[in-house]
Design a protein around this ligand. Structure first.
Ligand SMILES: Nc1ncnc2c1ncn2[C@@H]1O[C@H](COP(=O)(O)OP(=O)(O)OP(=O)(O)O)[C@@H](O)[C@H]1O
Length: 614
């Protein structure tokens, strides 16, 4: 793919110019390196080209891919290696890359060939020794920073994308690793791939692998052209590279104006030519570039903007939705199994709390005082045990980071993610409900009968699933674990107040708190279902024994339980809430994509293509 950008500029919503108007190109078979001091706009340029700018940044100018004005890119044609590694900490290197291969390589490719590709990319990235090591997270130390970086690169080069964006691929790598990694990328580029990467401080050997150099300083273009000719350019502008200095170090030293104010302190230690403040040097270099190279750059860009080349079709044969579903469900299930914070810890705490509940309300009976005890016991279970399900949020946040990255690369969308998360979490949520209910139900001796026990368990299952679904919606808006937990707790706390326990339903202020909040809170249906399940069919001693027995139905009326809704109807409402919350999650993700203007990179259809080509 040939990429050309013309009159490209980026500004933040507050008016700050992040990238000044510039042009440039990247051709197939070549590596184009974007270099510059820290904060010079390398990532911004990369993001602008890849269509990944932050919401508050606006791009102007045009980007052409194969001579077509770029709108979106097709799935499999562009890959992006982010600056930070987004990996599931519970998987080994081999598993991480294998799942990615299953997810993205054409379905028609035999399994043996896929595994060969996985092994080969592991070898190329020097990960052979640690291929069975887990990536690592808060629960276990795993790969080093440099190894994680190489796994991130391996994941993206696996499919040999036609266009590869890389944000600082060598950061955290030692010089030998950096060299071999870039050499592998160079090999990839020579097989007609286009690589655009931002890079900090390449060694001279790494620098030699670059074809084109785009040098930025303070958001402006200082040099664009053949990487090897940069030294001639600097020399002609009066800044020759001193002997025994890495050329890239030299370029960055000359154009880094961040330290102009402290330069005087180190006068004796710096070369004569560097005594010129960088701000002056940048002006000289920019003028020299405009005089010597800008015209030829414009000519080259103009040619590339109109040179039509057909897009590669080779990688569009990606696996179908069912294959993606099964691969992602397996991956997610393994992640949930290995991350003790996802469910195991919760299962243990639920078990312990169930014993505590069982001991406190042990053999609750049917005396007059047992009525309040049963109500209190069920309210605690319905409120607090379900609330505790926000504990899995930090682990979910890690998973959603990977989802966001894979979604941006166009591997799959929110519907597939939601389905896989649902399928893989169901066994654990059932286990939580089964263990807890088995313990407290039998200790407390709530309404006898297997059908009553099962109903209780299913309600607990539905409610913890609702809390997980609600937290998914929270994560889609607040993808930070502390803020997410605060937001989720706030919402659940509010629901608890209006479910009819702390204040009976008819005594809640009508405006807002009863209508609609009482009916939105899932605990309303949970508690009513549990109360009906427990009280209906039982008889209790009256306060005054001479007044005879109190029927369960009378008690339910006193607690303002809406008996027109059967306990099963309450349960069905809970199940529907799971669907509603998960649908809200999908809608939020889709809306965010629309607002971002990144509507599914892979969803460009042939009609649109024909129109653009026309
Ligand atoms: N969305 C944004 N809103 C406001 N300012 C931004 C935004 N993105 C980047 N910037 C600013 O633009 C400048 C360039 O940022 P950028 O991340 O592109 O630099 P960089 O050259 O990649 O730096 P580094 O090498 O340190 O990663 C920085 O000063 C940064 O604060």
């Amino acid at each position: 793919m040939d990429v050309a950008w013309k009159d490209l500029s980026v500004s933040a919503r507050n008016g700050r110019v992040l990238l000044e108007t510039m042009c440039g190109y990247a051709q197939s078979g070549q590596i184009t390196a974007i270099m510059g001091p820290s904060g010079s706009g390398k990532s911004t340029l990369l993001d602008a080209l890849a269509g990944r700018l932050a919401k508050n940044a606006r791009r102007e100018g045009s980007i052409f891919v194969n001579g077509n004005l770029q709108t979106n890119m097709r799935h499999g044609t562009a890959a992006y290696v982010k600056q930070e590694d987004v990996l599931l900490g519970t998987l080994t290197v081999l598993e991480t890359i294998t799942y990615s291969a299953q997810l993205r390589l054409p379905h028609s490719l035999p399994q043996s060939q896929k595994m060969e590709m996985v092994e080969s990319v592991i070898t190329e990235m020097g990960l052979g020794d640690c291929k069975h090591t887990v990536v690592g997270g808060w629960f276990s130390h795993g790969l080093s920073g440099g190894e994680k970086r190489r796994v991130s690169i391996a994941l993206e080069i696996l499919t040999q994308p036609s266009l590869l964006f890389m944000d600082e691929p060598t950061s955290g790598l030692d010089s030998a690793s950096a060299f071999y990694v870039i050499k592998t990328i160079k090999n990839l580029a020579t097989s007609k791939r286009t690589v655009i990467m931002s890079i900090h401080q390449p060694s001279s050997e790494v620098f030699e692998q670059f074809d084109n150099l785009c040098l930025l300083s303070q958001g402006a273009l200082v040099y664009f052209g053949d990487a090897m000719e940069a030294s001639t350019f600097f020399e002609s502008a009066g800044f020759p590279c001193p002997l025994r200095r890495n050329p890239s170090d030299h370029y960055l030293r000359v154009i880094n104006s961040d330290f102009d104010n402290v330069q005087n302190k180190f006068k004796e230690d710096i070369e004569t030519q560097e005594k010129v403040p960088a701000s002056e040097a940048i002006k000289v270099l920019t003028n020299a570039f405009q005089n010597l190279h800008l015209r030829s750059l414009h000519t080259k860009v103009d040619i590339l903007c109109v040179t039509k080349v057909n897009l590669l079709d080779s990688l569009c044969d990606t696996p179908g939705v069912l294959h993606q579903l099964s691969t992602l469900t397996k991956r997610s299930f393994i992640n949930m199994t290995r991350d003790i914070g996802y469910y195991w810890l919760r299962i243990f705490v639920y078990f312990m709390l169930s014993i505590v509940i069982g001991s406190i309300y042990f053999n609750v009976g049917t005396k007059y005082n047992s009525i309040a005890a049963r109500i209190g016991c069920m309210a605690f279970i319905g409120k607090f045990l379900t609330f505790m399900s926000i504990g899995g949020f930090p682990s979910f946040i890690e998973e959603i980071k990977v989802f966001n990255h894979e979604k941006q690369n166009g591997y799959y969308g929110p519907i597939v993610f939601t389905l896989t998360n649902t399928l893989s979490s169901i066994p654990y949520l059932l286990l939580i409900s089964l263990i807890s209910t088995s313990v407290f139900y039998n200790m407390v001796k709530l309404h006898p009968g297997f059908d009553h026990f099962i109903f209780f368990m299913l309600n607990l299952f539905a409610s913890v699933t609702i809390v997980e679904s609600l937290m998914m919606c929270v994560a889609s808006i607040v993808p930070n674990f502390l803020m997410g937990i605060i937001t989720g707790s706030g919402i659940l706390g509010l629901f608890m107040l209006v479910d009819g326990f702390f204040k009976l339903a008819n005594e809640l202020p009508k405006g807002f708190w009863k209508y609609p909040m009482h009916y939105i809170a899932f605990q309303t249906y949970l508690l009513q279902g549990l109360y009906e399940n427990d009280f209906q069919g039982l008889e209790f001693d009256n306060n005054d024994i001479s007044e005879g027995k109190l029927s369960g139905t009378t008690i339910l009326k006193q607690y303002q339980v809406d008996l027109s809704r059967s306990k099963w109807l309450n349960f069905i409402i809970l199940l529907s809430m799971i669907l509603v919350y998960r649908a809200i999650f999908i809608t939020i993700i889709k809306l965010t994509q629309l607002i971002d203007g990144k509507t599914l990179m892979f969803k460009i259809n042939s009609k649109t293509f024909k129109k653009i080509n026309a």
